[in-house]
Design a protein around this ligand. Structure first.
Ligand SMILES: NC(=O)c1ccc[n+]([C@@H]2O[C@H](COP(=O)([O-])OP(=O)(O)OC[C@H]3O[C@@H](n4cnc5c(N)ncnc54)[C@H](OP(=O)(O)O)[C@@H]3O)[C@@H](O)[C@H]2O)c1
Length: 340
C-alpha cells in the first residue's frame, strides 16, 4: 500500500496555530462535524486565532457542549501566543437527510458575505450492514459523499465570490479523505455500477474506502472546475480560483470507530491511533498552509499531520485515463438536483 508507512507513522506537525502569524479575525470558516473528533480540534484552533467558525452538524446539544469546552479553555494546543477569541455558530443539518441541507444553508447564506475555507469533515465509518440515509442511500455513501456534494454545490457561489477578491490560493475547500481511500474498489476507487452496494456484495470497509476515494476524486474535479470558472475581472483578467484539496487527517482516537468491535477498537487505540488534535493540524495545513496554492498543489492529497502527499495511484489513473472526476460529478449532480 503506497505511502502506508509515512501516513500511519507520521512526524509531528510543523504547521500549527503558531505558524499563522496574523489573526484570523474577519475570516469565515465552515466545518462539518466540527463539534467532535478532528473537526473539534480544528474548530478550536480556528476560534482561538480569532476566526468565525460555523459548525455544521445534526446535534445542537453536542455543539453547545463543544462550544463550552472550546471557550472554557481558551488556549489552543501548542500555542505560545495569547488566544484571540473568535466566534462559533451552529448550522443544523442532518447529513443523513438531504432535505435538511437546503433550508439550513439558505438561511446561513443570508448571514454570510464571505466564506474563506470549507472543510467537508463529517463522516461515518463501518456503519452496520443495511444502514441507509432517509433517501435510502448506503449510509457511508450518503453522508460522506452525496450530502457533502449537495452542501458544496450550495456553497460554490459564495466561495467564488470570496476567492475573486482575495489573494490567490487562500479560499479553499478541504474534502476529508482517509488512508482507507487506498483500499477502495478497483480499478479506480468507485463502484460506479452500484455505488450503494444494493446488488453487489461489499465489506463495510470497502464501502467506507469508496466514500473516501470519492473525497479525493471530488477535490481533484472541483479544483479543475473552479479554475475554469474563475471569475473574469473588469480588466479581462481571470480572478483567483477556489483551491480544492483532499486530506487524510491521520489515524486518530475519535468517535469514528464507534461501530468497530470492542477488541479491535481497544487494540487500535493502543497501537495505531494518535490524539485527535494531531488530525486537526492536518486539516489546518490543508485549509491554511501557504505551501498549498492555485498553481502548485491544487486537487492534490494532504497527508498526516500536515504534508503534501500522493493520492492512491489507481485513483489517480482513473482521474487521468477514465475521467472518473467528471463521471462522479455528473452522477452526483443528478442525485442532488431535487434537493438543492
Ligand atoms: N479518526 C480517524 O482515524 C480518521 C482517519 C481517517 C479519516 N478520518 C475522517 O475524519 C473525519 C472526521 O472524523 P472523526 O475521526 O473526527 O470522527 P467523529 O469524532 O465521529 O466525527 C465525525 C463527525 O461527523 C458527524 N456526523 C456523522 N453523521 C452525521 C450526520 N448524519 N449529520 C451531520 N453530522 C454527522 C458526527 O456528528 P455526531 O456526533 O452527531 O454523529 C461528528 O461530528 C471523517 O470524515 C473521517 O472519515 C478519520
Amino acid at each position: 500500500m503506497s505511502g502506508f508507512f509515512t501516513q500511519s507513522f507520521p512526524p509531528e506537525p510543523k504547521f500549527t496555530e503558531d505558524s499563522i502569524c496574523n489573526s484570523l479575525a474577519g475570516k469565515v470558516f465552515l466545518v462539518t462535524g466540527g463539534y467532535s473528533g478532528v473537526g473539534f480540534a480544528l474548530s478550536k484552533i480556528l476560534w482561538a486565532k480569532g476566526g468565525r467558525v460555523i459548525i455544521v452538524g445534526r446535534d445542537e446539544a453536542a455543539y453547545e457542549a463543544a462550544k463550552t469546552l472550546i471557550e472554557a479553555a481558551p488556549t489552543s494546543f501548542y500555542s505560545t501566543q495569547n488566544p484571540r477569541a473568535g466566534s462559533l455558530e451552529f448550522c443544523k443539518v442532518d447529513l443523513a437527510d438531504l432535505t435538511t441541507i437546503k433550508p439550513a444553508i439558505e438561511t446561513l447564506l443570508t448571514t454570510l458575505d464571505r466564506l474563506d475555507v470549507a472543510w467537508y469533515n463529517a463522516g461515518v465509518m463501518h456503519s452496520p450492514a443495511g444502514s441507509t440515509t432517509k433517501q435510502n442511500l448506503e449510509l457511508q455513501w450518503g453522508i460522506n459523499v452525496v450530502a457533502h456534494f449537495a452542501l458544496h454545490k450550495m456553497l460554490i457561489p459564495i466561495l467564488n465570490k470570496t476567492a475573486a477578491s482575495e489573494k490567490s490560493g487562500t479560499v479553499r475547500t478541504v474534502w476529508v479523505s482517509s488512508l482507507m481511500s487506498f483500499r477502495s474498489p478497483k480499478p479506480y476507487g468507485i463502484n460506479f455500477e452500484d455505488v450503494n452496494y444494493r446488488s453487489t456484495k461489499g465489506a463495510s470497509s470497502l464501502k467506507y474506502g469508496q466514500s473516501k476515494a470519492a473525497a479525493v476524486i471530488l477535490a481533484h474535479e472541483y479544483a479543475k472546475r473552479a479554475k475554469e470558472e474563475a471569475l473574469i475581472g473588469e480588466d479581462g483578467a481571470k480572478k483567483p480560483a477556489v483551491v480544492s484539496v483532499s486530506a487524510n487527517p491521520g489515524n486518530l482516537k475519535t468517535n469514528l470507530q464507534r461501530h468497530q468491535n470492542v477488541v479491535l477498537r481497544t487494540l487500535s487505540n493502543a497501537i495505531l491511533l494518535y490524539p485527535q488534535r494531531l488530525g486537526g493540524y492536518t486539516e489546518l495545513f490543508a485549509g491554511l498552509s501557504p505551501q498549498i496554492g492555485e498553481e502548485d498543489f491544487n486537487g492534490q492529497f494532504v497527508i498526516p499531520f500536515g504534508r503534501k502527499g500522493k493520492m492512491c495511484r489507481s485513483i489517480e489513473t482513473g482521474l487521468k485515463e477514465a475521467d472518473t472526476g467528471k463521471k462522479l460529478w455528473d452522477m452526483l449532480e443528478e442525485e442532488v438536483k431535487p434537493y438543492i
